[in-house]
Design a protein around this ligand. Structure first.
Ligand SMILES: Cc1cc2nc3c(=O)[nH]c(=O)nc-3n(C[C@H](O)[C@H](O)[C@H](O)COP(=O)(O)OP(=O)(O)OC[C@H]3O[C@@H](n4cnc5c(N)ncnc54)[C@H](O)[C@@H]3O)c2cc1C
Ligand code: SF4
Ligand code: SF4
Length: 770
């Protein structure tokens, strides 16, 4: 039993961790503020992939701080802004802060621009993306690294910026007056606000094998020209490793050891040069291979030879392990900074408290009297109220102490309550709210279900305007502006005004003609107007309960003509431009989009959509044929009830909204919506036949920053497609055409179109792309 429980818990934890990116980030609020108020994180550490964007973050964070009424510290002994890390982001922030009249200091662990200082000698530093001018005082243009650093030193001198090198920050404390005390090996400093710009490069990823600390094993390449006629082993499969192997092979015997069979992250130009070097026998490739140990002047390498492992000893004078950098988790934790998608607390405690709260509500509703003969019969309602309040109160208290499972339980209780109250006759699954909850929320002569629609529309409107600003207006992105205008319009017109008001007016004022307005089979069924936009099987009720023939004709036309033609041109954009379920996810769920499940397992889970589609098709057939075949009467009824309970209530209403803050907004659309699956099957077929007009293409400028993959609500590894310049369509992904990947790409790599844009190749060595 304990084994089963542990296994179940492990499964849940795997699902909840599926939103993690391969390289995690600190949890950030708007304007790059961390979970510690007053402490901001910028640059590489906050996901800025290149120097120009790191500089931009530094500049913008100061604009935000300087605009605050309390930007300056009232305490003369405290700096207004203390910047940790003198890299591109930190220096630009400090210069901007000084310009705004803020008292500023920069603390640097080693040298100014230490990361760039550590690039190989003479390396050309690219100033991408071209389309954006650098922001702030720090100079940036394509240049040799030595020239760039000289310019930065000059700017620091001219501006008399207080930069203290060789003074690493070791600790941080927030005092009662909200000022920070920053600890370094040389003493303590006080500051009102902290900007953390320590990058990730000081923390190179390690293999973790014996002998890795020996002399001759390095985690960065500084002076390639110093090595001549030597045996060199380069470990890694990203651009840093490939570029190192290519440079070193000019004067040495180089072996490149990589754990996979190919180099999907390689820039096209690097891949071409590597092919040439291998053909000229300048580089020997050790593919599907892992270093197991470094011994003396050799490395023990294990190769996967199609199922069996072969070990061999590879001679080497030096080894360069270039497998990327890691988030300095220990350092961040020691400062009290929370990481994204961190799970804390106890799953079972949260589940027990949620159950206790629901049980209390059940007692409060007076349902215990239905169970004559069992002890609950005499429990007073007040005890139920107390239990519910205690359960919820404890969950809230735990939640505020960072128990993430407690928030999961609260989120469940909230969506369970909203949906449960809305569905009075749904059945015993809503036992805590039967009767009283529905009555309590039936306000101003309108049923609770009306107020549910109002709440839904308000959420989409408020959060939709925020998302419209975030993705559309702030970025001047017309595609996103139209997308959010479309989502808001469909919600207001088709899912609120028509079913709740316009249909009734159309009947009252006979806008639909006298005959229809007086036909009770048409006039009394406003709910059928949801079928104007919702096609089968999302709204298969269009065909049930003696519909007027207008609805049957429109339902058939919508499902079998309009949707297939739409899909041909736009793939599954219905989910991100039109649908109300997708609309809530794209607006209310937008802030959690980066938590969408990712990786191969999460793609395999998409089979659930097909199961729901098959179930919906079986129920539809049984319902339509039940009068012709009496044997189908009962199964049709049971099937419909089961579908209503499991799909329409739990899978659409309760579970996905519960999971918004934990797995992003697209759980229903991606895993359970039968219409999404139907459109996927069509779009997949069109793509395979070569007639689909929907796809995303990539040019050759990808720098592997992962922003696209991170922001995809359906967990597609967009970066992988971009690096290989492989178009994304519905034959190879479940893309819904939201275009967010196109919008967030800092290098303008992605585009909806038919052919890759012709752009010059630009190389930026990227240590993260391993
Ligand atoms: C091999 C390679 C080649 C690259 N080439 C390019 C390129 O051509 N063009 C481009 O745009 N980008 C390039 N990049 C990416 C670029 O280096 C980063 O995007 C950029 O440096 C990020 O700037 P940052 O200020 O956030 O961090 P960093 O530049 O890493 O600066 C962080 C600073 O914080 C300091 N620090 C760390 N811990 C502490 C502490 N505890 N206390 C005090 N100080 C601390 C570090 O010493 C460092 O100086 C390359 C990266 C690599 C690895
Ligand atoms: S791949 Fe891009 S367009 Fe497609 S769903 Fe993901 S973010 Fe949206
Ligand atoms: S395509 Fe993706 S990984 Fe590549 S640069 Fe653009 S956002 Fe970054």
């Amino acid at each position: 039993m304990r084994f089963m429980v542990r296994k179940f818990q492990a499964k849940i934890e795997t699902v909840l961790a599926s939103g993690d990116m391969p390289s995690r980030r600190p949890e950030l609020r708007s304007n790059n503020e961390s979970n510690i108020p007053g402490l901001y994180i910028i640059g590489d550490l906050a996901g800025a992939p290149v120097i120009k964007l790191a500089m931009q973050q530094g500049f913008e964070v100061i604009e935000h701080i300087a605009a605050k009424s309390d930007a300056k510290s009232s305490d003369a002994s405290a700096y207004d802004v203390l910047v940790i890390g003198a890299g591109a982001a930190g220096l630009n922030a400090a210069l901007a802060a000084q310009d705004k009249g803020l008292r500023t200091i920069v603390l640097e662990k080693e040298k100014i621009a230490n990361t760039i200082e550590n690039f190989p000698e003479g390396k050309w530093v690219y100033a991408e993306p071209d389309s954006r001018p650098p922001k702030g005082k720090l100079w940036l243009d394509g240049a040799r690294k030595e020239d760039l650093i000289a310019r930065w030193d000059q700017i620091i001198r001219e501006n008399k910026l207080d930069v203290r090198t060789e003074e690493a920050v070791t600790g941080l404390e927030r005092q009662k007056d909200r000022a920070f005390v920053v600890k370094t090996a040389k003493g303590e400093l006080r500051a009102k606000r902290i900007i953390l710009a320590t990058g990730q490069r000081g923390n190179p990823r390690r293999l973790g094998v014996p002998g890795e600390d020996r002399e001759g094993i390095y985690h960065r390449l500084y002076s390639p020209r110093h090595y001549k006629n030597e045996d060199i082993l380069v470990v890694g499969g990203g651009n840093s490793a490939i570029e190192a192997a290519l440079t070193l092979c000019e004067q040495n015997r180089v072996r490149l050891c990589h754990r996979d069979s190919d180099f999907p992250l390689a820039f096209k130009d690097n891949a071409r040069k590597l092919d040439q070097a291998v053909a000229q026998k300048k580089i020997e490739l050790l593919l599907n291979s892992k270093v197991k140990e470094f011994r003396g002047r050799a490395a023990l390498v294990e190769t996967d030879c199609g199922g069996h492992q072969e070990k061999r000893t590879v001679p080497m004078d030096h080894a360069f392990v270039l497998i990327g950098a890691e988030l300095p988790v220990k350092f961040l934790k020691s400062l009290g900074i929370r990481l994204e998608n961190e799970w804390t607390g106890s799953l079972w405690r949260a589940a027990a408290l949620a159950f206790a709260t629901m049980f209390g509500l059940w007692l409060l509703g007076g349902h215990a009297s239905a169970f004559a003969g069992i002890p609950f019969e005499h429990v007073p309602r007040a005890a139920g109220a107390l239990l519910a309040a205690a359960g919820l109160g404890t969950l809230l208290a735990l939640g505020f102490r960072s128990d993430r499972y407690a928030w999961l339980a609260i989120s469940f209780l909230a969506s369970y309550t909203v949906y449960g109250v809305k569905s009075p006759g749904a059945g015993s699954e809503f036992w805590p709210y039967r009767g009283w909850g529905y009555q309590a929320l039936s306000l101003f002569g309108r049923p609770a279900s009306f107020w549910y629609t109002v709440l839904y529309t308000v959420l989409i409107t408020v959060f939709g305007i925020q998302a419209l600003k975030r993705w559309g207006l702030d970025r001047k992105d017309k595609f996103q502006i139209w997308r959010y205008v479309s989502l808001l319009s469909f919600q207001w017109i088709f899912f609120f005004l028509i079913p709740e008001f316009l249909f009734q007016w159309a009947i009252k004022y006979q806008w639909v003609g006298e005959r229809l307005a007086q036909d009770p089979a048409f006039a009394g069924q406003a709910w059928r107007t949801y079928g104007l936009v919702y096609a089968w099987p999302l709204f298969f009720y269009t065909f049930f309960y003696d519909p007027h023939k207008i609805w049957i004709v429109w339902g058939l036309l919508l499902t079998f003509v309009v949707i297939p033609v739409f899909v041909l041109f736009h793939g599954k954009r219905y989910c991100s431009w039109i649908c109300g379920c997708g609309g809530l996810a794209e607006t209310f769920g937008d802030r959690w989009r980066h938590l969408a499940p990712k990786g191969n397992a999460s793609v395999r889970w998409e089979w659930m959509n097909l199961a729901v589609l098959i179930f919906a098709a079986a129920v539809t057939l049984a319902m339509l044929l039940r009068d012709a075949f009496l044997i189908l009467r009962n199964p049709a009824q049971w099937g419909l009830q089961a579908y209503h309970l499991y799909a329409d209530i739990w899978l659409v209403g309760i579970l996905p909204v519960t999971l918004y803050p934990f797995l992003g907004g697209k759980v229903w659309c991606r895993y359970w919506c039968p219409l999404a699956k139907l459109m996927h099957l069509m779009s997949d077929l069109y793509a395979r036949l070569g007639i689909s007009r929907f796809r995303i293409v990539a040019n050759d400028k990808c720098i592997g920053c992962m922003e696209c993959s991170r922001n995809c609500q359906v967990g597609i590894d967009v970066m992988n497609h971009a690096l290989k310049q492989e178009p994304i369509d519905n034959a190879n992904s479940s893309c819904i055409g939201c275009g967010i990947c196109v919008s967030v790409c800092p290098m303008d790599v992605l585009d909806f179109g038919s052919s890759p844009a012709k752009m010059p190749l630009v190389q930026i060595a990227n240590a993260r792309a391993v």
